[in-house]
Design a protein around this ligand. Structure first.
Ligand code: CAA
Length: 258
């Protein structure tokens, strides 16, 4: 499939890559771009040759937020009735792990999209922030919720109420990102991490991703019950038998992903 605002490729075994491709607009997230990202994510999710997905922008910007020029023409009733571009801001149904490879600006919706991903590899140049307050709005792609879960209430308040930005090192310190690497290698590192995930049993990875995400939605008791159900469910898979046989026989497992 060909796209106008993104580029997709398979740069390594088991890995699907999506590059945001509006460099002149710092990868501002317009409705058509967001729809393409959603379509590409769903296509990789359904592709048996892909075990993990990397989402990236370019060296200058992961994404500088929702497209302000598009939003400036959105009326109140349009937003209320049709949802504007905010309706396209949800990748939570993707079952395969998504790794954000972030360089440069990850602002507003850009920061929110990175936080929707399951892991973040940041270049030393990455800057995270939620500057919506400067536009007279608040984050609408999950920023008030995911950022607060990630960095805690006090810092989330400062970031969202005052447009305080986080450097890559600060983001690492506060647990927003998995690692910070040199600008020359951030994408390669994200692809390597995706390859590592893709080399595991995909049924186990899927159940694990789902269970971890439940930690944000359920009480501890409900979350623990969800985890145990997933644990028991995996005893019905060929991969569970293979993984345990391979351990006993001192050989690497041959996953069937079922
Ligand atoms: N929407 C639309 N266009 C954008 C954009 C955005 N979010 N961010 C940058 N651009 C465009 C600029 O308009 C400019 O285009 P022109 O050359 O046609 O004028 C081009 O990208 C380059 O940007 P700058 O000239 O501003 O580059 P800079 O290096 O001087 O500044 C920046 C970079 C600090 C990121 C600055 O562009 C900026 O502040 N961008 C807006 C950041 C922002 O407010 N993001 C939040 C958006 S709202 C949101 O995301 C809501 C939500 O929660 C879903």
């Amino acid at each position: 499939m060909t796209y106008e605002y993104i580029i997709t490729e398979k740069p390594a075994e088991g890995v699907g890559l999506i590059r945001l491709n509006r460099p002149k607009a710092l990868n501002a997230l317009s409705t058509p771009l967001l729809h393409e990202v959603g379509d590409a994510l769903r296509a990789f999710d359904a592709d048996d040759s892909v075990g993990a997905i990397v989402l990236t922008g370019d060296d200058r910007a992961f994404a500088a937020g929702a497209d302000i020029k598009e939003m400036s023409g959105t009326s109140f009733s349009d937003m209320l009735v049709n949802g504007g571009l905010i309706e396209a801001f949800d990748f939570s149904k993707i079952t395969k792990p998504i790794i954000a490879a972030v360089s440069g600006f990850a602002l507003g919706g850009g920061c929110e999209i990175a936080m929707m991903c399951d892991m973040i590899v940041a270049s030393e140049t990455a800057v995270f922030g939620q500057p919506e307050i400067n536009l007279g709005i608040i984050p609408g792609g999950g920023g008030t919720q995911r950022l607060t879960h990630a960095v805690g209430k006090a810092l989330a308040m400062e970031i969202i109420l005052t447009d305080r930005r986080l450097s890559a090192q600060e983001a690492l310190h506060y647990g927003l990102v998995n690692r910070v690497v040199a600008p020359e290698v951030y994408l390669q590192e994200a692809i390597k991490l995706a390859q590592k995930v893709a080399s595991k049993s995909r049924v186990a990875v899927r159940i694990a991703k789902e269970a971890i995400n439940k930690a944000y939605e359920l009480s501890l008791r409900e979350g623990l019950e969800h985890e145990v159900r997933g644990f028991k469910l995996l005893f019905g898979t060929e991969d569970r038998q293979e993984g345990m046989n391979a351990f006993v026989e001192k050989r690497p497992p041959q996953w069937k992903h079922r």
